[in-house]
Design a protein. Structure first.
Ligand code: SIN
Ligand code: CO
Length: 402
């Protein structure tokens, strides 16, 4: 019997188990959803979360959009003209809420708010390695971002007011040139629904869609990144080049003892091309390199993420005393992944030893260690030292419950 992943927000619903029927997926199990819909076709789910409340109020969302480390965009469609501005926005820089046809998009709300983080955790039947963030959009009547497509899998959860969604699986994804945002030149909707609070629409990448607010509304987008082959190749090659080498050894140099004098100095020597070709053909990698690249790359916080280390950190002894009583949890911003050999926390890799493997994997899956579990582990001084280091960096928080 698999154990259910906990989350660090006591009392809040958790992600369903793979074979658990859940209203979140329209009375399907995650296994059925993943088999039939994930990356394949859209699914409308009425009352995925009945009685839902917006994780943030309108004013709380506006206050978030005012912060430097929060990514926000304002999209207006006044007098039939699309315009885009990037935040931060002081609340009085936003258009009046009585004015029609504007929308504020705030990315990464899960990084800043426990309620949003808990909502996102309900989708942890999908691997964390695929998770991107929870975005909240606020729109006034008629507001939206235009018909477009995304390269993401997304769950569009209506949390306040109503939004009319139109979607289509068109092949022609040509964008309107000269606009500040991605709007399709031709949109051919095939289906249309009005979503009310608690309703949710799942869209795989590249499905054309357009959501227009009917009155004031708020929508949460739980997005899953699908890095392109191009991005992965570039990042992987960089990772390979940086792969640890013997730091004391002299770096291997290109050598050309057979170079002859030339009369055309600007011409690229064919010897150079051949030799560099041979050096590149020698580059090799294995499954370990791929896993270590993915773990580090996918656990890297986004560029705008700033951790908040404690102002007056407890020393290690007091820290241990505190978690003996109340446990610990990963900070909302921390990404902790693992494979069979290593763990990856916020872009840094560490190798498991026989002791660390079990508790670290548990901490990563549950995002918390309860006090009673910690008490069984605390004899391991390397563990307490590591946790204390993460606590001082603001990567973990004392107290298992937020
Ligand atoms: C929105 O919530 O306004 C836009 C979300 C999307 O279409 O991806
Ligand atoms: Co979209």
């Amino acid at each position: 019997m698999p154990t259910r992943p906990l989350d660090a927000t006591a009392g809040r619903p958790k992600a369903p188990l793979p074979d658990e029927v859940t209203p979140l997926l329209g009375n399907r199990t995650p296994a059925q959803f993943m088999r039939r819909y994930w990356q394949k076709k859209p699914l409308l789910i009425r009352q995925a979360i009945p009685d839902i409340e917006a994780p943030l109020t309108r004013d709380e969302l506006f206050n978030l959009a005012d912060l430097d480390d929060v990514e926000s965009r304002l999209i207006t469609h006044f007098r039939k003209t699309w315009a885009l501005e990037h935040g931060p926005f002081a609340p009085d820089e936003l258009p009046p809420v009585k004015k029609r046809e504007w929308t504020l998009l705030v990315q990464g709300v899960n990084l800043h708010d426990d309620r949003a983080h808990a909502l996102m955790n309900r989708f942890r039947f999908i691997p964390d390695a695929r998770l991107d963030d929870l975005m909240i959009s606020y729109a006034t009547d008629g507001g939206g971002v235009g018909a477009h497509f995304d390269s993401y899998d997304v769950f569009l959860l209506q949390v306040h007011g109503k939004r009319r969604w139109r979607i289509g699986a068109q092949r022609d994804l040509t964008l309107n040139p000269g606009l500040p945002l991605k709007v399709l030149q031709h949109f051919e909707p095939e289906e249309e629904w009005v979503l009310e609070p608690g309703d949710m629409l799942y869209l795989p990448p590249h499905i054309a869609h357009d959501g227009v607010a009917e009155g004031e509304c708020m929508t949460c987008s739980i997005g899953f990144r699908a890095p392109s082959a191009r991005e992965l190749t570039g990042q992987f090659l960089y990772h390979l080049a940086e792969r640890s080498t013997d730091a004391d050894a002299a770096p291997a140099l290109y050598r050309d003892p057979k170079q002859e004098p030339v009369a055309h100095p600007a011409q690229l020597p064919s010897l150079l091309v051949d030799r560099v070709g041979a050096i590149l053909a020698d580059v090799s990698w294995n499954e370990k390199d791929v896993a270590s690249f993915l773990g580090s790359y996918l656990s890297e916080p986004k560029a705008n993420v700033v951790f908040d280390p404690p102002n007056r950190p407890l020393n290690e002894q007091k820290f241990v005393g505190r978690i003996q009583k109340s446990g610990l949890r990963l900070d909302r911003k921390t990404i902790l992944l693992y494979d069979k050999r290593s763990y990856f926390i916020n872009g840094e890799a560490g190798i498991f030893d026989s002791k660390t493997k079990k508790w670290l994997a548990e901490l990563a899956d549950n995002r918390l260690l309860e006090a009673k579990r910690f008490v069984t582990l605390e004899d391991d001084s390397s563990m307490t030292a590591l946790l204390h280091e993460w606590y001082r960096a603001g990567w973990i928080q004392v107290d298992a419950c937020a």
